[in-house]
Design a protein around this ligand. Structure first.
Ligand SMILES: Cc1ncc(COP(=O)(O)O)c(C=O)c1O
Length: 453
């Protein structure tokens, strides 16, 4: 087989949807065969093509097909793939040194990332940060820190939550299949409360904030006891759970309750952080100031980096040497993070995320008018979703329709993701640098997929 010239990714890639073969094409099919011979089957694939380059709002495969990217590698490349500043910073760093381990011999970029997190995260209190590799690792460490601070064992989480796939974070994650099934036993002292889920709230969306808060507090007190709770961990907008935006007042009320009981309030902003929702962090929308905030994904333009940032007195509770890891805060990932953060700030990507929401939400609501299976359109900024159900008067989840629309989008050159406890949510997470033209084209493909369902 002839190997084509290696394409260069980044924003210079032609920003177009282009299909030159069937999907997957012959080169991808060849690689899929190699893959199935050596890669464990439990590692899934959403779009069965192999990537050759990506940048701006497109992903180009090894057959030369160019897909509009509505996934951002699951909310990671908010600044776009191979973004200019990230590429330059990484080049410079790899030529200097690639690793020393910050716990062995420190370097400036780790400190600079912590300074940036201090400045950017909600609240003007004194803060400290610690850097890790993945979102799950950040959440695990937030629980360790909260337990060390409070001397209490219990961790409280919510229905539909997703916090990762390590043993502790599997326990925190709600959904059995595919995340937990056959992988137990799970960590103890984890308690789950009802989530404020407006579309499915029994007495109507307008009550989802107030009533869910009252229920959550009541259950926490009756079944766990506030004095036993180290932390409450919550995604300000649930990601894998289906972009569930809690009812107004739920998050601030929960944070306030935690403060009154000495419970550490942990915001898992792994998916919502770094401009995704049209605020730098989703908590800001209702003025919530978390005690600890977990960050990953969008922090470093595609490099593995995560962080826990929070109140100095909580963060400094664990003993010296109690937190860390070989690669946590790797210098290449830190260089990428500083460049990604600069890009978000200099290029106005918070505003850009709002603009994307302003473009997408009305179009999706108009689509809802035409198709009774679109039960709900929700989200903020560039984190928007539609929940598919049996019909206008029947909220039975319809995962088959979500899979069919997603497959039709893939076949037409648009990379979409699904989510939700029932798998019936189509979620859209475009890179924040995507052009209006590409978004419009992607929306037309989605509209056509619904029309032909
Ligand atoms: C809210 C949230 N928390 C934690 C995680 C786990 O992050 P990672 O996959 O980097 O371990 C994710 C990943 O999707 C997430 O969305």
């Amino acid at each position: 087989m002839n190997v084509p010239a290696r394409p260069t990714g980044g924003p210079g890639l032609p920003q177009e949807r282009r299909l030159v073969t069937e999907v997957p094409g012959p080169r991808s099919r060849e690689l899929l065969a190699r893959r199935s011979a050596v890669v464990a089957r439990a590692v899934g694939t959403t779009l069965p093509v192999f990537v050759a380059a990506a940048g701006g709002g497109v992903v180009v495969d090894v057959d030369g097909n160019s897909f509009i990217d509505l996934g951002s590698g699951i909310a990671v490349v908010n600044v776009g793939n191979s973004a200019d500043r990230v590429v330059a910073a990484v080049h410079e760093q790899v030529e200097q040194f690639t690793h020393t381990c910050f716990m062995v011999a420190p370097y400036e970029s780790y400190v600079a990332v912590c300074e940036a997190l201090d400045r950017l995260t909600p609240g003007d209190h004194e803060k400290r940060s610690a850097l890790f590799n993945s979102g799950a690792e950040a959440v695990e460490n937030a629980v360790k820190i909260a337990r060390a601070h409070t001397g209490r064992p219990a961790v409280v989480v919510f229905d539909h939550a997703y916090h990762g796939r390590t043993n502790l974070t599997m326990a925190l994650t709600a959904k059995n299949m595919p995340y937990k099934h056959s992988f137990g036993p799970f960590a103890p002292e984890v308690y789950r409360l009802p989530m404020s889920y407006p579309f499915r709230w029994p007495t109507g969306p307008e009550n989802a904030g107030r009533e869910a808060l009252a229920q959550a507090i009541d259950l926490l007190e009756k079944q766990v006891g506030a004095e036993n709770v180290a932390c409450v961990v919550i995604e300000p907008i649930q990601g894998e759970g289906g972009f569930v935006v809690p009812g107004e007042g739920f998050l601030p009320g929960l944070a306030e309750y935690c403060r009154s009981k000495g419970i550490v309030f942990v915001a898992d902003e792994v998916q919502t952080g770094f401009a995704r929702t049209g605020d730098m962090f989703a908590c800001e929308h209702e003025g919530v100031v978390p005690d600890l905030i977990c960050l990953a994904k969008g922090i470093a333009g595609g490099f593995p980096l995560s962080a826990v940032t929070g109140r100095a007195e909580i963060m400094d509770s664990p003993h010296a040497g109690g937190l860390g890891g070989t690669y946590g805060g790797n210098p290449v990932a830190c260089a990428a993070a500083l460049a990604a953060i600069e890009t978000i700030e200099q290029d106005g990507l918070v505003e850009r995320a709002r603009h994307i929401g302003d473009l997408m939400l009305p179009r999706l609501r108009a689509l809802q008018e035409q198709h009774g299976i679109i039960g709900d359109v929700r989200g903020r900024g560039a984190m928007v979703a539609v929940e598919l159900v049996a019909g206008p008067d029947d909220r039975t989840p319809d995962p088959a329709a979500a899979a069919a629309v997603s497959a039709a989008c893939h076949a037409a050159g648009v990379l979409t993701l699904t989510a939700g406890t029932w798998g019936n949510v189509l979620r859209f997470l475009p890179p924040l640098v995507i052009s209006d033209e590409l978004l419009d084209d992607a929306l037309q493909v989605i509209e056509k997929a619904f029309a032909e369902l």
